[in-house]
Design a protein around this ligand. Structure first.
Ligand code: FE
Length: 203
């Protein structure tokens, strides 16, 4: 089996946001799919390690901000490589907008948003899939949506900017470019993007 075939699936990239007891939080996901259109329903799947996951579990509401191709790597670092358990990602209130459901979106590098109200959730082990009614949706501008393939090709730091440490065994995270020196334990988790050892390649 060639697991790289899974990278050929077309994905977008999104900020998934929630609000619980007045606290706003969000994370990066690539798993948003429309599943029905009568009524409009979408599925989002999110890792249980994310605080946003627990907030959606508790409140059954979320916003999806659809990111556009002008999104810089810093936006992924901001929403993807740090945890709402440690920081308030929405502290800079001027950069964000609150939609009708009371939740924030991150419109700066985005072209649309979709609001969801969860009616069913499926436990997938490491992740939960939330299936939600679309309660609101707006287009913000006509920029192109960013894809996961575009992120890997044009946004993520390229290997030449992140060279192999001379003469050492090292592994590079295929998601964010982080380099780990030395052998990689099977249960290793990338300290930047939290992806598992299976997303690392030997360099
Ligand atoms: Fe990583």
């Amino acid at each position: 089996m060639n697991e790289a075939a899974l990278y050929k699936i077309g994905y977008g990239l999104y900020v998934l946001s929630a609000n619980e007891d007045g606290f706003d939080n969000g994370c990066i996901i690539n798993t948003v799919t429309q599943v029905t259109n009568t009524p409009n329903r979408i599925a989002v799947t999110v890792n249980k390690l994310n605080k946003t996951h627990d907030m959606i579990m508790a409140t059954a509401k979320f916003n999806v901000t659809v990111l556009s191709t002008d999104v810089p790597f810093d936006e992924f670092k901001h929403f993807g490589f740090q945890s709402g358990h440690d920081v308030n990602k929405f502290a800079d209130a001027d950069k964000y907008e609150r939609t009708k459901n009371g939740l924030l979106i991150a419109p700066q590098y985005a072209n649309a948003y979709i609001s969801g109200s969860v009616f069913h959730s499926i436990d997938l082990g490491t992740h939960t899939m939330f299936i939600a009614d679309v309660t609101d949706a707006e287009i913000l501008n006509d920029k192109e949506s960013v894809t996961y393939a575009y992120y890997h090709k044009n946004i993520k730091p390229q290997p030449q900017n992140n060279p192999q440490p001379a003469g050492k065994v090292a592994y590079r995270c295929k998601i964010c470019g982080y380099i780990h020196e030395g052998e990689l334990p099977e249960d290793f988790v990338c300290p930047l993007c939290k992806h598992p050892a299976s997303d690392f390649e030997k360099i």
